[in-house]
Design a protein around this ligand. Structure first.
Ligand code: FEO
Length: 383
């Protein structure tokens, strides 16, 4: 696949992965992208997951037309991209690795060698000339590991963006970009909004016509759309108006309160109501929706004087990712000592700019008439 006349795609699709990064369900698989830049000197951009080393090397071979690569540029050391560095360097004995100094520290940890006599250490703004193409390296620490850098090719106006602008899903499956890019971003990079903002500021100074990420499709058109979404996500702004209701129910009474609230919100014209059963739906999807919408209702039974485990896990996912700038309300249930709302609020006490709605709905065992009145008031407050 040609990205430009000189830049070719040599990545792979993974339909065997069970859980990406050990936790994310990826029904449509994953792509591990890699690119070759053909010039007087030839550079390969990143490697791929351990299970695809041979396929990747064969892909490279097929575009080289008998030549050999001069450089392997390593932007990120997470093993989905770095696993085959050693294999590549063993095959192409004349090649040099180009990476940040932190990346070389990790190479030593992963492979027992940091290629001391075959390497170029680069830092912010350093350049590498391949001939017609000059690559500029831009450090992007914590997007999503500390050694990460992105690379700009001024000849073809291409930004190689590492994990940035990546998504779940292999490239041989058609699916909506934003849905799986958002779940990927919030799940994997969501904590590092400030660092992504810093990178976006640097990227704004470049004339970019193509974005080549390490996952997901190469982006060539309407780049403002993607950059705008990244700006929203990384600054924790509300992307879509609406209310998300996340719940944990055991025998269905808490669920009944949730469905009643959903009905009331819809009747009052709420632009979007998303209801999520935390025990049964994909946790990463739930976390994504909490960040997408401006208002969140947390509904949980009281359990061992605490909240139900799935709700605890959900809130932990939110706070780990710097959940902020949102309106939050609570519904709790308890047959003798309801404490879930207090516990949930405490879990969010260090989250910035949370507007807590005061009228918590407390269900005692089953939904009572007074609860219906309280839910009506809550729905009106949320609209
Ligand atoms: Fe796709 Fe952070 O590795």
């Amino acid at each position: 696949m040609f990205i430009t006349d000189d830049i070719k795609y040599v990545g792979v699709n993974d339909h065997k992965v069970d859980l990406f990064e050990g936790q994310y369900v990826v029904e449509n698989g994953m792509a591990y992208n890699s690119y070759v830049i053909m010039d007087k000197k030839i550079a390969v951009m990143d490697s791929v997951d351990a299970n695809f080393g041979e396929e990747w090397l064969a892909n490279i071979e097929s575009v080289l037309a008998g030549k050999t690569p001069d450089y392997l540029i390593v932007q990120h050391m997470e093993p989905d991209h770095s696993a085959n560095i050693k294999k590549f360097m063993d095959k192409y004995v004349g090649a040099t690795v180009v990476a940040s100094s932190k990346a070389f520290t990790m190479m030593k940890q992963f492979f027992g060698t940091d290629f001391a006599d075959r390497r170029v250490v680069v830092g912010e703004g350093d350049t590498l000339s391949l001939g017609k193409h000059t690559l500029t390296f831009v450090m992007a620490p914590m997007v999503h590991w500390p050694e990460v850098m992105v690379t700009y090719d001024s000849a073809d106006k291409v930004l190689f963006s590492a994990d940035g602008f990546g998504k779940f899903g292999a490239l041989d499956v058609e699916e909506d970009w934003a849905c799986e890019a958002r779940r990927y971003y919030i799940g994997i990079v969501g904590k590092y909004g400030a660092q992504v903002q810093a990178l976006l500021k640097k990227a704004a100074t470049l004339d970019i016509q193509t974005i080549c990420p390490l996952h997901g499709p190469v982006l060539t058109e309407n780049l403002g759309y993607y950059i705008n979404l990244y700006d929203i996500w990384s600054s924790y702004k509300v992307e879509s108006e609406g209310v998300m209701i996340a719940y944990s129910s055991i025998y269905g009474h808490t669920k009944e309160a949730v469905l009643e609230l959903e009905k009331l919100l819809t009747a009052k014209g709420c632009p979007k109501v998303v209801v999520c059963d935390l025990a049964r739906e994909d946790m990463a999807e739930a976390v994504e929706d909490a960040f997408r919408y401006g208002k969140l209702v947390l509904a949980s039974v009281t359990y061992n004087g605490d909240v139900f485990p799935h709700m605890k896990e959900f809130i932990n996912h939110l706070t780990e990712r710097n959940y902020q700038k949102r309106t939050v309300a609570f519904i709790e249930n308890g047959s003798w000592a309801p404490t879930a709302a207090k516990v949930m609020k405490k879990m969010l006490e260090n989250s910035k700019e949370i507007d807590f709605i005061e009228n918590t709905v407390t269900v005692k065992s089953a939904l009572a008439e007074e609860n219906k009145v309280q839910l009506e008031v809550l729905a009106s407050t949320l609209i």
